[in-house]
Design a protein around this ligand. Structure first.
Ligand SMILES: C[S@@+](CC[C@H](N)C(=O)[O-])C[C@H]1O[C@@H](n2cnc3c(N)ncnc32)[C@H](O)[C@@H]1O
Length: 338
């Protein structure tokens, strides 16, 4: 069993790539369009691939059925809740798996070298002549656009669940500012669900260039370390995990300053992972631990425990905070009160 475990872990990268092939070949879309159990040859011809590749496609589908990405019955292949994620309206989770697989291999080859060095740079910097991830993404717009698409697709999936489960977070506020809000996909879903809410997205100017801009959403290109537009609620969704403790305290202080002091229900909403979440589910815990390593290697940042979040929030001068109790996929929701 130990040998099986060792070999499984050595070749598991193929699981990430198998999901990527699903996205690139549009397999979930073809099965959906077929409208019922789809036989292998129908799937192969609709992708389309030449008949001599049918057996390899069957093996790929065999792994994906085993992993519950698809199901199989006598008539053929069916979607499951995992493959359906790729088909949600307006979502592009294919971009998420493309970004995840594209970003890793070339930098991870540098990791053992990085461990032995005393330098403060990240694995990513070692692989890119000292350049940070954000700089490389700015220089390579195709990678930057893929990163934005990946983050915004994940955001859409998460925020749909968030507004349905916790509408009260957004119900009694008039003016929401999404700091580091990317191209605005998070606030678009929130604005659609709460039409009276005025929303602003703040992000770096080159990101904001590709952002949504409509009547209910204003976009501001700027630097959150410098100035955050005023609001009665400030949203920080998966932003703080990119930064050191010192930088997080600076960002949280700037958010506190941006809250309209004339209202009494001002707050900062933080969406982040909590590494030692009380309800443990082994896949969830493993995913968080892997995510934490991605951040450490690529950005030199990290996910945090409940105690670390507590210390940061108090250090930034907030009087109180709460963590919403129900489980959300991977992420927890905090409200911070000035
Ligand atoms: C991990 S992404 C999260 C994006 C978005 N909140 C989401 O959940 O999809 C971090 C975001 O912070 C933005 N960012 C980085 N540095 C920033 C700065 N100094 N000021 C404003 N935004 C910044 C990045 O451009 C990126 O869009």
């Amino acid at each position: 069993m130990e040998l099986t475990g060792f070999i499984h872990q050595s070749i598991s990268y193929m699981s990430s790539w198998a999901l990527r092939f699903v996205a690139e070949l549009g397999i979930a879309n073809h099965i959906k369009a077929y409208g019922g159990p789809m036989p292998l040859h129908e799937l192969a011809r609709s992708i389309p691939i030449p008949p001599e590749k049918d057996l390899t496609l069957e093996s790929l589908m065999g792994l994906l059925v085993h992993q519950r990405v698809f199901a199989k019955c006598e008539g053929g292949y069916l979607l499951t809740p995992i493959s359906e994620i790729m088909l949600n309206e307006g979502s592009n989770m294919g971009a998420y798996v493309r970004f995840a697989t594209e970003l890793s291999p070339e930098q991870l080859l540098f990791t053992s070298k990085w461990f032995k060095e005393t330098s403060k740079s990240t694995v990513f910097q070692l692989a890119h002549n000292g350049k940070q991830a954000w700089e490389v993404m700015k220089e390579k717009p195709e990678l930057g656009n893929l990163a934005n698409e990946a983050m915004s697709s994940h955001s859409k999936e998460f925020v749909r669940i968030l507004v349905a489960r916790y509408p009260e977070i957004f119900e009694r506020i008039n003016n929401l500012v999404d700091v580091g809000g990317g191209t605005g996909s998070t606030v678009k879903i929130i604005a659609d669900s709460f039409p009276d809410l005025r929303c602003t997205v703040l992000d770096l100017p080159h990101v904001i260039d590709n952002a949504l801009n409509n009547d209910s959403i204003s976009v501001v290109g700027g630097d959150m370390f410098d100035k955050i537009p005023p609001g009665d609620a400030i949203l920080l969704k998966t932003v703080l995990h990119d930064w050191s403790d010192e930088d997080c305290v600076r960002i949280l202080k700037k958010c506190k300053e941006a809250i309209d002091s004339t209202i009494n229900n001002g707050k900062v909403i933080v969406v982040e992972m909590v590494l030692d979440a009380e309800t443990d589910d082994s896949k969830e815990t493993e995913t968080k631990l892997i995510y934490n390593l991605c951040l450490l290697f690529f950005l030199g940042s990290k996910e945090r425990t409940k105690k670390q979040w507590h210390d940061l929030i108090l250090c930034a001068g907030y009087s109180d905070y709460k963590i919403y109790p129900a489980r959300m996929p991977l992420y927890s929701v905090f409200e911070l009160y000035p």
